[in-house]
Design a protein around this ligand. Sequence first.
Ligand SMILES: *[C@@H]1O[C@H](CO)[C@@H](O)[C@H](O)[C@H]1NC(C)=O
Ligand SMILES: *[C@@H]1O[C@H](CO)[C@@H](O)[C@H](O)[C@H]1NC(C)=O
Ligand SMILES: *[C@@H]1O[C@H](CO)[C@@H](O)[C@H](O)[C@H]1NC(C)=O
Ligand SMILES: *[C@@H]1O[C@H](CO)[C@@H](O)[C@H](O)[C@H]1NC(C)=O
Length: 623
Amino acid sequence: MPSISNLALAGLLAAGQGASASLVGAIQLEKFIKQETPIALQAVLDNIGPDGIKVPGAGRGLVIASPSTSDPDYFFTWTRDAALTFRTLIDDFVFGNKALEPLINDYIYGQARLQTVSNPSGTLLPNGAGLGEPKYMKDGSRYNGNWGRPQRDGPPLRAISLIQYSNYLVSKGQKARVKDEIWPIIANDLAYVGQYWNSTGFDLWEEVNGASFFTTQAQYRSLVEGEALAKVLGLPCTACTEAPQVLCFLQSYWNGKFITANFIQGNHNRGGVDANTVLGPLVAFDPYAPCDSPSLQPCHPRMLANFKNFVDTFRDPALYPINKGIPQNKGIALGRYPEDIYYNGNPWYLITLGSAEYLYAAIASWEKSGGITITPTSLPFFKDLYPLARVGTFGKLHPAYYLIKGLVKTYADSFVAVSQKYTPKDGMMAEQFLKVEPFTPISARNLTWSFAAFVGMNHRRQGHLPPSWVPKNVKVPDVCVGTSVKGTYAPATQAGAPNVTIPCISNVLFQLNASTYYGENLYVVGNSPTLGSWDLETAYPLMSSRYTDERPLWFATIPLEMEEGVSTLRYKYARQQDCGQEWIVEEEERVLEVPACVKDGSEEVLAERDEAFNGPAGSPGGC
Ligand SMILES: *[C@@H]1O[C@H](CO)[C@@H](O)[C@H](O)[C@H]1NC(C)=O
Ligand SMILES: *[C@@H]1O[C@H](CO)[C@@H](O)[C@H](O)[C@H]1NC(C)=O
Ligand SMILES: *[C@@H]1O[C@H](CO)[C@@H](O)[C@H](O)[C@H]1NC(C)=O
Ligand SMILES: *[C@@H]1O[C@H](CO)[C@@H](O)[C@H](O)[C@H]1NC(C)=O
């Protein structure tokens, strides 16, 4: 067997082949990154209210997902996208872009207000359920359509971003401001995480209901960091005591070969390979945590094995013709998951760029820990790049360390080069680009998250690193149990939230049999403000997530609020058509004596309806 130094030499020689061709590529890549960075940052700012030039009408501090208003309409603000965008903007601010501070303050104001908006997921008071609402109108008002809700990643991601800025303020001696103004927003989000981390919700792609790796990983970080900040502020964080159990649950996504991205409720066709397992570690990244930390850093052997498995899935030219003929040690175009059918399932800029960021992050961890440890689990990942790799620990003085680090850096760059190849000349990034000829951009134009992903990738590439958050010697509990602590919630009035009060509600479960075509939606409209006070535009959406051929079920547990002195609910079901055709509303009013309302936040269902749509079927508009 040759010695490792000979191995390293052989590898260096191999890597040197074709060096002049790759040198040209490397120079072009540097040029692209230099040009694209200010374009991407400006494109993010263009999509934030109230002054973003592409998003007229957007509320103060609200991040619009994309200025696209049709095919698809993304002119809304999502809590997740906004938090991830501000994670990168706050990073940019901390790394020196001080001009961003007013915008960060707008974000704080906007989120304090959003927390109090009652919506189809619920309200802030008394049980926090409204915090799980995924998206709002551009001005921050309630979004009323049928949607995959709740989504439980929004609150922890928002908490992480706000804690990041709070830690900065504390370091500048502004503890009082953090305590009075920002902590109340964070505290609501942490209370939500502590109460609901073990309840099902929709994943970041808004499609499957269950538990999601990405969400769990964000939840864990938020509770750990929340606890540390609470301590600094001299405040309690009851929810934070859930952190060890969230960490325990986080380990259970590993299936021996890769990370199963979601535990899904109900029927599904997913094999478990999903980009959420690559994006999660970017949010959880701590360059100072050891690679075997159960927080599951990008450099964790299991996560590297998972990364390889995820990328390899998309190397299949039958799935992604765009990647045909690209060798195993080069980056490719990456999408969400292999079964994806949204716009026929294409590569996404933010995932391709996120995979580059992932590798830069792993390199940073090796640098900080002083070496690379290759385990049997991570060996196949390394072998793709360096066929002579073997199990062992290679400290910084070992030639193999520099060789492997260089190869991973080249590999990371090759993912950026893929995004370069498919980014139009003006630097504008959509959500996706076609997996088949002509490989052009598709779906939402100027997607905020795509641009933020570019800026975030480049932070890591430049060696800008986030602060540490993983506690030393964390231990995973021996036994995992599904627990929950009931949270307390309050509007963050110091930050600008209205002083909302606890509504008196009666939970009623509406279940409706109604056969529908894809694109048609069902609502309940009636004489309660919760049902839109007879206005179809603000009627209450029913969900179709349990709809089957056997039972065409539309349902919702609706927290009904009645007007003073009214106890008889009058209501109708209404079909909303897909292309703006007339609504189909039932002729006859239905009647329900509403059970006495309560203010205790109980989720107990006080009455149930089991009904069938009384009226004609809808028909697609063919738009
Ligand atoms: C996307 O940005 C480009 C360049 O600023 C602009 O020309 C185009 O109109 C934008 N598209 C949308 C949907 O806003
Ligand atoms: C709740 O936690 C238990 C124990 O970790 C786990 O088995 C279960 O899948 C979790 N459920 C959800 C929805 O998070
Ligand atoms: C908000 O309302 C509650 C109850 O009505 C009141 O006790 C509290 O002082 C109010 N807070 C602010 C900041 O106005
Ligand atoms: C709804 O459909 C299910 C399954 O077909 C059936 O058992 C139930 O009786 C129906 N309910 C009503 C009110 O029609």
